[in-house]
Design a protein around this ligand. Sequence first.
Ligand code: GLA
Length: 391
Amino acid sequence: MSSQALFDGAAAALHAVFGREPEAGLAVQAPGRVNLIGEHTDYNGGLVLPLAIDRGTVAVAARRNDALLRVHSTSLGATGVIGAGAFARGGGWLDYVAGVVAAFRSERLPVAGLDVALASDLPRESGLSSSASLEVAIATLLDVAGHLGLDGAARARLAHRAENEFVGVPCGRMDQLASALGQRSCALRIDCRDFSVRAVPLPGERMRVLIVDSGVRRQLAGGDYGRRRAECEAGLAAARDTGIAPATASTWRDVDPARLDDLERALEPALFRRARHVLTENARVDAVCAALERGDLARVGALLRAGQASLRDDFEVSRAELDVLCELGDATPGCYGSRLTGAGFGGCTIHLVEPARARDVAAAIRSGFAQRFGREPAFHLVAAAEGAGAL
Ligand code: GLA
């Protein structure tokens, strides 16, 4: 992200809307994320491999001498106020801010009174975690304003509570962790059983990350995501009942992937396919980490393609637009591999490309997609960036 441009925009808004100037130390940024592989595994206690990207949210603030939090969003041109009392969920952007405030208060963490202006260069509802970026930016701002000394993992946990408990989206913790803990030039292998994190360096000179936005908007709160999550839980319960999963298994991570054949016999076909996706996806995450570590990008690409097939056929979260974007990428020389990224049902695809051929791959995708759907997708060539922090 161009933090400077976002900072300038936010600072100008703080002045125009509230007549305030940003205070020293009260300017933070939090990136969006793209997931390299490990989809729908986070809420199943599994493995994910996201990277924070160089697009995100900047928040600037000035202290107030009361407990009010007044917040202005430059992208929406909207202003909201959160008082000291309970905040009623309104179904809009302010819920993400209020949710973080509620999470802080429920853990008896002080919430400073502030005037805040926000600026972002992330497209909304396209699967690049604009909401996690906003939540983590607010958690980071409240942390620095209150001199609380929280670490990135704690901010991510509070941001995730906001989304789960207040906004009401039953997501896993991947997006908030990626935004809070990202590392420059690295992806993060996160084990969602214990939330341990390992940085996996990306070979930037040989590989660029191209994101293509299908333009199909999706909302996690609207049903499909929650249904998949419920199917995973139902399948696990059935696996426990039949003794294939240990009685103590609390997520699919506690189930031996070698029992897939038994699972196929015991589970309803759709629940089996969901489980097969989760169990094989965990293995693909570690296989991608190993291939990245030995610099075998052809293998990384093949694993991404296998991940896409699994999301399409087993987890059933792809759709024609996303399939076509991946097929077009995979058919173009210079593209190692493609898959949908994030929850699916719409949003973006990720393509790993040779740096010198990134433009050619994008051009081939653009024209092929336009032929099929009569419109052009949007492109973002991104770099792996540092996680949230002071500006
Ligand atoms: C969304 C959720 C994440 C994760 C992905 C799918 O991005 O917010 O927690 O479940 O979908 O991998």
